[in-house]
Write a protein of this length. Sequence first.
Lengths: 143, 433
Amino acid sequence: MKITQISVFLENRKGRLFEICSLLGQAGINIRALTIAETETFGVLRMVVDKPAEAIDLFRKNNITANQTEVVAVEVPDSPGGLAQVLGILRDHNVNVEYMYGFVEKQSEKALLVFRFDNPEQAHQVLAKSGLSVVDEKGIQGL
Amino acid sequence: MIWNEAIETMPLKDLKNLQSERLVKLCKYVYENCPVYKQKFDDQGITPSDITSIDDIEKLPFTTKLDMRDNYPFGLFSRPRADLVEIHVSSGTTGNPTLVGYTRDDIKLWSDVMARSLCCAGAQPDDIIQIAYGYGLFTGGLGFHYGALEMGLTIIPTSSGQTKRQLKIMQDFKPRILACTPSYSLYMAEEAKELGIDPRTASWNIGIFGAEPWSEPMRAEIEETWNMLATDVYGLSEIIGPGVSQECTYKDGLHVYSDVFYPEIIDPETGQSVAEGEDGELVFTTLTKQGIPLIRYRTRDIVSMTNQPCKCGRTSPRTSKIKGRTDDMIVVRGINVFPSQIEHVLLGIEGTQPHYQLIIDRQAHKLDNVEIMVEVDEKIFSDEIKQMRVLEAKIKKEIEAVLSIGVTVKLVEPKTIQRSEGKAKRVVDKRSL
């Protein structure tokens, strides 16, 4: 099961991240995982939210450049070697990771790992077959 | 000294007769040799026999940059290609560049008017000149070269760039004359200071600066920095290249070589000539050119003109420095830049017209900097930084290929670029010209 990641184009400018996050907050959209990749002049904010379709609409209405990408989210125990286990499986199956980021959930003692693959279909199959807990959209909403 | 004294100090009445005689010949020449002009005359309902004096020039059709583009490459020429000994190319608004060509006689004409310019600026026959305008398709370098050759100066053809070497050559050979763009002279001054050279001790006493607009404060700065006389040269490749007009040492307007390049100042809206001294668009008719003579070519430069005699003794009319443009062309480091060129490139990359803005800045003692801001919309946005980097680099590379100057590209968020009445402002020129 693949899930939707929202990416937002950001200029490196004071307060910009605050503005984006405030918009989501006011609209009652919850951020589940988030990362920022940056260059000297601009950045890309990537996040997994509970209501991706609403988030995209919200950004469009506010003239914020955003798009959706399919990513794969995996839940692993929040313990040493958790991420390495997943990466080992991917390596063994020759699956390339474009980028990834992680999020720890204190209550469930689990970590959510979000992966961007160039071939999400194949990656998803590999991970599902290996018995890992791949999270779907519903799962994201329930987190 | 005055290079062509008979012509340059000719009484205005005689000058007018000469211009009339040449215009009559020119009309017959283009009518018989250039199908495009024949068509233009026919469309206007006139024949060469309707033109009997220079006062009839207003009956003639205009020629524009569009005519140059539409008849690219050789359609506007009045001579077969084989008669040309040299061609030059400058950037056009979109698509085709502007092509001009010279017959052997045209090169002689160019040499003569450039020799006039050099003398006008104060050159003496035993001078050394350092020509730091670009040599190549750009007319700047070779135009000065021909004039200096004609005058018998010692030429150092350094071309543009390689500033350290320029300065070493200046120190070693002690040229008295420097020819380059005004901004490059200030750039060299900074470099000189960094190398521990006091610009005020430089051998250059006379500067002949052009190919980009510059202001009186900039002149003052150049003269103070280099301890030299800074004069303005004007030209455009369509007419001949540099050597259309030039300031004399009195620096009171640019002397137009009106015996060969007949100037008119018109209202760009109505096409009617304006009163003496009023601002308007500068229009030239090349009275004696052979390869690609042009009739009433609209330069799009805004100037004013006076027929008052100058203290130097030259009788030809003088124009002011360029006060503006009738189109959106900007000149950066001697290169013509049209926003439409940027549009073209962006359209090619993205398939649609994105919002963009050109910011031109001239920091103190630095060359003009061009930054292009491009708004990132959903079509070009990627969640992968490397894709965005590739896009940024591609825009930069393609724009640089079209403009022939270095630029920086900045990706910005939508609606970052100011819009007025719904339209984005395409050019922000922060240079204090």
